[in-house]
Design a protein around this ligand. Sequence first.
Ligand code: TPP
Length: 333
Amino acid sequence: MDDKQLLADYRRMLLIRRFEEKLDSLFTSGVIKGTSHLYAGQEAVAVGVCAALRSNDFMTSTHRGHGHLLAKGADPKRVMAELFGKSTGYSKGRGGSQHTACAAVGFLGSNGITGGGIPIATGAALAVQMTASAPLTKDGHAGRNRAHPDAVVVCFFGEGGASIGMFHESLNMAGIWKLPIIYVCENNLYAMSVPLHEESAVQDIAHRAESYGMPGVIVDGCDYFAVARAVAEAAARARAGEGPSLLEAKTYRYYGHSKSDKREYRTREEEASWKNRDPILLLGTKLLETDVLTKDAQLQALHEVDAEVEAAVEFADNSPEPDPAAVLDEVFA
Ligand SMILES: Cc1ncc(C[n+]2csc(CCOP(=O)(O)OP(=O)(O)O)c2C)c(N)n1
């Protein structure tokens, strides 16, 4: 990674953090309605993963998806507009926090169904594989699918999502067919209020990989470099036709599960110990130590990111509401 990418990724992690902090206050003050699942604390996973991807790679996400979408290169203005339910949002204000998709950056959707993205990502990986093996059309195009033939698909889910049946069915299929997919489990220790030991017989989700004929790798989800390295290896494997991988990033969400959660199932001491290893702090310290970042540039990045978040709020606030007459547009079933 060159210095330019490192600085851009540091800035993107900051952007995600400040975006989520802003959202917390917008939800609390009732400006944005409904609930939200905030990504703060997990930024090194989304940004570390994307550091090792190409722009034409694909991604599926979860109910906690704003960080994934921003890491993949989405415009914060249009992400915010979607959260405001405005027509300028990526899903025209119809999807909201849990159902945003952005084809332009290969983001196949966040998903309110726990683990719901897993079969979708597996199907997308099958489509990529079929594209690669499809005969070229007369004008030299790679078949009917527009997917790049050596694209990879990244599939995010939580450790709770890893307990649904489709996790096992999908990974088995991907293992048999050697699909170009990287399953990334963000293990933040709790599915709503349920700790991992109450919902999984094994405490490392990565160990399940062996059952499906793929490597299972555990990474420190607070360490941007560790995540990027592991994904680079998995992506190279997928592009070489060697099949899927399962990565488990040990991480922590800073906020409660959603707006109403008072976090009674975990201690303030546990929260403080994770915040001591804050992913943005760790990357910032490393970049300062190696002279990639200066204190002035760090401050400037923070100002720029805050201005970007404020501009996103202004754009969303001033955007038009969806037209009620168009409510049935794009309803297919
Ligand atoms: C099929 C299904 N069951 C239950 C729920 C309710 N639910 C929403 S989020 C969640 C926990 C998800 O935990 P995890 O996958 O670990 O992700 P995290 O919230 O920790 O990021 C549950 C059970 C749901 N949305 N979908």
